[in-house]
Ligand binder design. Structure first.
Ligand SMILES: NC(=O)c1ccc[n+]([C@@H]2O[C@H](COP(=O)([O-])OP(=O)(O)OC[C@H]3O[C@@H](n4cnc5c(N)ncnc54)[C@H](OP(=O)(O)O)[C@@H]3O)[C@@H](O)[C@H]2O)c1
Length: 361
């Protein structure tokens, strides 16, 4: 039922016609050189906003600029490149630094870029599974690096504050999602006290080293053994997309625990089923079948526009195509609740991501 409701949504009600001038506003859209991100950029630019076009190279960004400007030649908006290869974490900080050198505000960060079913075994430059790296780790790093300017925007420019948002693009969580969303190996130790005894380790340890130092240096909770499981095919893609939902939940929950908050809302969404380059690695017959049901990318842009700019959006909520509040499967909600070990899957995934991006902050 949930799946059908997402596959055949009612017509979008929040569109470019719902908005007035966005002249003073600043947006970043990752993956804005194609598909849904490109369509979203066209809408925001048509309303005179400053839009940073996320792309992996200046050439890709320039291609995006041309498509956007030719669709809206009279716009008074501004287009700028936000160049980072999201499969290479070290390229992200310099993109953020260039942005911070130019702007004093950031209204909405759209974490839209995504990769699905790359050739089996594809890894990021940092050695992570490609879908987890691009769809989760790069977003986690961007959020951390851009939170200060967004908190500043909220406190200095925006009243009421809920207009400052981070939009996490997930997927249809009712289809092909592994149980719990993100899966960890169950035998992974969570703290040094739960580690295997040091001397049964395959690591070489000095027999003269004090036991305490051996224990703490032995097997930190965030070493590869604490990484999410490597799944196969679509299950791995859906694990990464569930990861985006769980991170949005976790950022929202952690921010609201802070007495003063920071004025930034985190929301996530399923953009809808659209015919785009995302399906580039899917065999042609299946792609042709999808083409009969899937819509154009502008529809997905309406879902993101709703989550990013509609007035009735709620912090931590999940949105369905083409812009309405939606339900999340119970097994994924359970992953946001504490288990027997007093820890939730979402907090474990958040902390794993935090550890991986530390070096790139
Ligand atoms: N289309 C659907 O039916 C559907 C359904 C559910 C969820 N989604 C989600 O919606 C979002 C947008 O998807 P789409 O359909 O618009 O896909 P798309 O047409 O393939 O666009 C994806 C964008 O992400 C960029 N990207 C990919 N890897 C990158 C990297 N390493 N560094 C920088 N940029 C990178 C791409 O740049 P290049 O062009 O340079 O590769 C492109 O601009 C994704 O998060 C996707 O998972 C889509």
């Amino acid at each position: 039922m949930s799946t059908l409701a997402q596959m055949f949504p009612p017509a979008p009600t929040f569109t470019e016609k719902s908005l007035t001038d966005l002249f003073s506003k600043v947006y970043i859209i990752t993956g804005a050189t194609a598909g849904v991100g490109l369509e979203l950029a066209k809408i925001l630019y048509s309303l005179n906003a400053t839009v940073y076009i996320g792309g992996r190279s200046l050439t890709r960004c320039n291609e995006g600029f041309q498509a956007i400007q030719s669709a809206h030649p009279t716009s008074k908006g501004t287009l700028k490149p936000f160049i980072a290869d999201l499969s290479d974490l070290k390229t992200i900080k310099s993109a953020v630094e260039s942005f911070l050198n130019e702007e004093h505000r950031l209204d909405v960060l759209f974490l839209n870029a995504g990769v699905m079913l790359p050739p089996e075994g594809s890894k990021t430059k940092d050695g992570y599974n490609m879908e987890i790296g691009v769809n989760c780790l790069s977003s986690f790093l961007l959020v951390n690096l851009l939170t200060p300017i967004m908190a500043f925007t909220s406190s200095h420019f925006c009243h009421p504050n809920p207009s400052i948002r981070i939009v996490w693009v997930s997927s249809c969580l009712d289809m092909g999602t592994p149980k719990g969303g993100v899966q960890f190996p169950s035998s992974t130790p969570l703290s040094p006290s739960k580690c295997n005894p040091p001397f049964s380790s395959s690591r070489t340890t000095s027999s003269t080293a004090p036991l305490s130092s051996t224990l703490t240096s032995f097997r930190s909770p965030t070493e590869p053994s604490d990484a999410p499981k490597q799944l196969k095919g679509m299950a791995q893609y859906m694990q990464s997309k569930s990861g985006a939902y769980l991170l949005a939940h976790e950022f929202s929950a952690r921010t609201s625990k802070n007495a003063h908050g920071n004025g930034i809302m985190h929301v996530s969404l399923h953009p809808g089923f659209m015919k785009t380059e995302l399906q580039r690695h899917i065999p042609a017959p299946a792609r042709a079948m999808m083409g009969t049901v899937f819509k154009g990318p502008k529809y997905g842009a309406y879902t993101e526009l709703y989550a990013g700019l509609a007035p009735d959006v709620e912090d931590g909520a999940f949105y369905w195509p083409w812009g309405r509040k939606g339900a999340v499967p119970a097994h994924i909600i359970e992953s946001t609740e504490n288990g027997e070990d007093g820890r939730s899957v979402s907090s474990r995934f958040y902390e794993w991501c935090e550890e991986q991006v530390k070096l790139f902050m």
